[in-house]
Structures are given as structure tokens and as C-alpha cells.
Write a protein that binds this ligand. Structure first.
Ligand code: MSP
Length: 510
């Protein structure tokens, strides 16, 4: 069986789950469900990143110890993903003992191999990012993320010989064009690697930071956050035991946003090389969600919370919007107006309406009983099934490139076709002609096949709605993959319609 191992970043516990975190979690979940639907064994890892200055500071500000604080926010992430139906297989916390032990084991291994040395480093340090900046990386002398001037600090620390792996990393990226994707991020990384790579400072003295994993070879230091956090992707599998590490690790597909490209595209692969582990299969990088009002921030009061979205619009509708609106790799704008427009147009008026029309006619004309198909199908019937077969082929090729919005577009283009089919075949008119009832039965049978196909292809994107479609058709999972025209046995009865996606009324669209 083919395997895939999907990961989200480990989210920092200094913020509560918001739109950005949710997007990556939803993409990871949709991808996992998609791979499963095409026969893969899929494993999804998520969790929380809990060490470092930022967390220690946030805990102090909240009047708790770092551990109490991390426990609370980590639980919040986990319960949010549970409520959002994110089907993770393992939730890792960097404070978990097995993870800390694994980090120490790898550090010791790399140290013993002579790939970590003690040295002095002075530079411009941003406490918000927990990293040193070069002059070139600053914007008007300030950290581009935090808009504050970094402090100059100098101290003795441990360094990982990252520079040594520069040529090998360049070759790996060149030899495997989709190792880092989409292309723009691969190009960005290769451009960065045209300059000499520096060694990576991997420690902080304990007198400056206690909230971290102690270095196994020097108790006066703790591990720098990235070295700790990145190893989670492997430590989780190692902890699961069995052949997880061997089988799943080489099939790893990381999902991240562009903010953490450098650690994942440069630090992480070189760390893997030094640890003697294979590289991940793909690093998948998406863009940023931005609000009309600019960057999402607590102070602007524009933070989008997933559970609020779920309560107001339904989780599937929110998922649909996220996956349909953002072209993976590019930034996208979030606004409630755009969300409502999509829900009303694509879900309520198009998908929902088609399903209820078909089921209502089936109920009204045949008391829900599916009618037989003719042995020879009419041209328009063949075209309809061909259109959905093509949509599924297109969907598969877009999914292979993580083009979720295009995958959904393919389905909606087939849906438009199905709506035209209803107009063209006009079952609601034909039914008035007694001699045409058999044809109406056939047309509706084909339309029920449309609904069944939707229940199959939409399941990774909108799992709850797909299950509702199955319920309405009164079929179980095994029938989902039957060939068109072979799913409904004689006398099979489908259920009456129900509203799947209520239209959202707003002041402007009333
Ligand atoms: N802890 C590190 C990651 C360690 S991974 C070994 C970290 N955490 S984070 O909480 O800041 O999460 C960053 C990630 O959250 C992004 O890479 C992305 O997955 C998601 N997003 C946070 N804000 C986002 C947007 N505004 N838009 C899209 N996704 C963003 O970095």
C-alpha cells in the first residue's frame, strides 16, 4: 500500500488558534482524506511548539508558569482541531518527554560526529523571532515581522556546521524539482543559497533562557527553538514505534506558510543530512491570509477564530471557502463578504439547490424509488457522465499539485453542466406527458448519479456534507465507488431533500 505522511507546523502556544493556523490544518486534513480516498495509508501529525523566550514571556504576562500556560493553550489547539473535525493521528507537544529525549539523542549524535562546535557569535537579535538577523534582512533597520530594531548581542554558543551542507542541499533541490513547491518558493530558496550559508547557532545560555531542552553535552545551555521544533516531525514517528519511521518518514509532506520557509527549506534538510536521515518528500508552502484591514492582529481586533466561523457558517462551508478562495502558494484576502458570497452562490444556490431539486422530483414523481436506466443511454446522458468523469480526472491532477481551488473548480464546472442538463432534459415538463415517464425516471437516475459522484469527490473537502449526501441517497460507503449507472439496485429508495447549506442573509443581500 502506498503511504503518505502529512504534517502541519507545530503552532506556538503564545497565540490562540486563528484563521492562519486553521487554513494549514484544513489543508492537511483535506489532503489526508484525499489520499485515503485514492487508496493510500495516510498519517497526519500536528501539535504545539512550546519552548522559547516568546512563550516564557507570554506565560509571565499571563501570570502563570510556562508549563501551565503551555498546557492551557496546547489543549485549546487540540480541542479546536477536534471541534473542527481535523483528523490528526498524532498531536505532539515539544514538552512531551519522548520528544525532549529524542531531541537530546539527535543532538548528541550530531555532536559526536563533530558537526556541532562551541564558538562566539555577535549579531542583531530579534527577541520576537528568536533569531539573529543580518543587516540585509532588516527593513529600515527593523525586523520585518515585528517592526522593532533588533538588539546587538554577543555570547558564546553552540553552532551546527550548516555551511558544510550547502552544496549538497543545492544539488538535492536541483535534482528534485518539486522537493520544495510551488516553484516560486523553490526559486527563493535557491536564490538564498547563492550566498554563502552560515553555520547555525543552536543554543541559548541557560542564564538567558531556561524554558528549553538542555543540551545533553553542556547543561549550561538549552536548545535553540528551531532545532527542538523541527525534530518533531521525526520524533513523533519514532515514538509511534514499529516501522513508522522507516516507512512513513521518506513519504513526508510538510505543509507550512511562507513565514517559516527558511527553517524548513534550509535548516531542516541540513539537520537531516547531519543526522543521517533521508530528506522529506515535499515541502509544500502556502501564502498568507490577509484581512482587508491588513495583517491579522489582536490590536486591530480583526482576528478570525475558527470556532466562531464554524458556529456562524458551518465548518464545511468555512472549509470550502478556505480551499476554494486561496490559490495554494499565493496570498489571499479574507473578508466575511467574500465568504458569504461564496456560500450563497456556490453552496446554497448551486450545489444545495441541485441536490434538493433532484431529490424533490424523485420524491414527487416516484415516491423516492430509483427508476431503471435504458440499455442505450441518450447522448446528453453520456455527456453528463463523461463530464463528471473528466472532472474527477482534472481533480486528481490538480490535487497532485495541491491546487485545491482548481480541483473544486473542476467539480463546479461539472455541476454547472448538470444544471444545464436539467434545463435541457426538463423532467418537470416531461412528467406531464404520460408517455415520457420512463424517460423522466432515467434522467433522475442520472442526476442521482451526479449526487453520488459529488458525495465521493467532495468528501475530502467537505466531509460532513458528503456524509449527508450519502444519507440522503440512502447508500453506504461501499456504493460510493461503483461505476456510473451501477450503484442503485432495483427498488432502491432515496430520501426526501433537506437544506444542506442555508442561504446567508445579510443586510446587503436581503
Ligand atoms: N512554531 C513555529 C513552527 C514550528 S514547525 C516545526 C511557528 N508557529 S506559528 O504558530 O507561528 O505558526 C506558523 C504557521 O501558522 C504558518 O506557517 C502557517 O501554517 C500558519 N499561519 C499563521 N498565520 C497565517 C496566515 N495569516 N495565513 C496563512 N497561514 C498562517 O511558526
Amino acid at each position: 500500500m502506498e503511504r503518505v505522511y502529512i504534517t502541519t507546523p507545530l503552532y506556538y502556544v503564545n497565540a490562540e488558534p486563528h484563521l492562519g493556523h486553521t487554513y494549514t490544518a484544513v489543508v492537511a486534513d483535506a489532503l489526508k482524506r484525499y489520499f485515503q480516498s485514492i487508496g493510500y495509508e495516510a498519517f497526519l501529525l500536528t501539535g504545539t511548539d512550546e519552548h522559547g523566550d516568546k512563550i516564557a514571556q507570554a506565560a509571565a504576562a499571563a501570570g502563570s508558569t510556562p508549563k501551565e500556560y503551555a498546557d492551557r493553550i496546547s489543549d485549546l489547539f487540540r480541542s479546536t482541531w477536534d471541534a473542527c473535525g481535523i483528523a490528526y493521528d498524532h498531536f505532539l507537544r515539544t514538552t512531551d518527554t519522548y520528544h525532549q529525549e529524542y531531541v537530546q539523542k539527535i543532538l548528541q549524535k550530531i555532536y559526536d560526529a563533530g558537526e556541532i562546535y562551541f564558538g562566539e557569535y555577535g549579531g542583531l537579535y530579534c527577541y520576537g523571532c528568536e533569531r539573529f538577523y543580518t543587516e540585509k534582512e532588516l527593513l529600515d533597520g527593523k525586523c520585518p515581522d515585528h517592526q522593532v530594531a533588533p538588539d546587538y548581542i554577543s555570547e558564546k554558543n553552540y553552532f551546527f556546521r550548516m555551511s558544510k551542507y550547502q552544496e549538497r542541499l543545492i544539488k538535492e533541490i536541483q535534482n528534485k524539482p518539486n522537493l520544495i513547491r510551488p516553484e516560486r518558493y523553490r526559486a527563493e530558496v535557491l536564490a538564498f543559497l547563492r550566498e554563502p550559508l552560515e553555520d547555525l547557532c543552536i543554543s541559548r545560555p541557560i542564564n538567558r533562557l531556561q524554558w528549553g531542552i538542555p543540551l545533553p553535552f553542556d547543561g549550561k545551555y538549552v536548545t535553540y527553538v528551531w532545532f527542538d521544533a523541527l525534530l518533531n516531525y521525526v520524533s513523533a514517528l519514532n515514538y509511534r514505534g514499529g516501522d513508522s519511521l522507516q516507512n512513513l518518514w521518506p513519504k513526508a509532506q510538510h505543509l507550512i506558510a511562507k513565514d517559516i520557509l527558511k527553517p524548513h527549506a534550509i535548516y531542516w534538510p541540513t539537520m537531516l543530512m547531519a543526522a543521517g536521515l533521508p530528506l522529506y518528500d515535499h515541502l509544500n508552502v502556502h501564502g498568507y491570509w490577509v484581512m482587508d484591514s491588513g495583517k491579522m492582529s489582536k490590536s486591530l481586533g480583526n482576528v478570525v477564530r475558527p470556532l466562531e466561523m464554524k458556529a456562524r457558517f458551518g465548518m464545511d462551508a468555512f472549509r470550502y471557502f478556505l480551499l476554494r478562495e486561496m490559490a495554494f502558494g499565493q496570498d489571499a484576502k479574507f473578508s466575511e463578504e467574500a465568504l458569504v458570497t461564496r456560500i450563497n452562490a456556490d453552496l446554497a444556490n448551486n450545489l444545495g439547490n441541485l441536490v434538493s431539486r433532484v431529490l424533490a422530483m424523485q420524491q414527487k414523481y416516484f415516491a423516492g424509488v430509483v427508476q431503471p436506466l435504458a440499455s442505450e443511454w441518450a447522448r446528453e446522458d453520456l455527456e453528463l457522465s463523461a463530464k463528471f468523469a473528466q472532472a474527477e480526472i482534472d481533480l486528481n491532477s490538480y490535487m497532485a499539485d495541491l491546487q485545491f481551488h482548481r480541483a473544486l473548480e473542476s467539480v463546479w464546472s461539472a455541476l454547472d453542466y448538470a444544471n444545464r442538463y436539467i434545463v435541457q432534459t426538463a423532467p418537470f415538463t416531461l412528467i406531464k406527458d404520460l408517455g415520457k415517464q420512463t424517460r423522466v425516471g432515467e434522467v433522475l437516475h442520472h442526476l442521482l448519479e451526479v449526487v453520488r459522484t459529488l458525495a465521493r469527490v467532495l468528501a475530502p473537502f467537505m466531509p460532513d456534507s458528503a456524509a449527508e449526501l450519502r444519507g440522503l441517497l440512502n447508500i453506504d460507503l461501499s456504493v460510493l465507488t461503483s461505476r456510473w449507472g451501477e450503484a442503485f439496485s432495483a427498488g432502491h429508495k432515496v430520501n426526501p431533500p433537506k437544506v444542506l447549506f442555508p442561504r446567508i442573509e445579510t443586510d446587503t443581500n436581503k
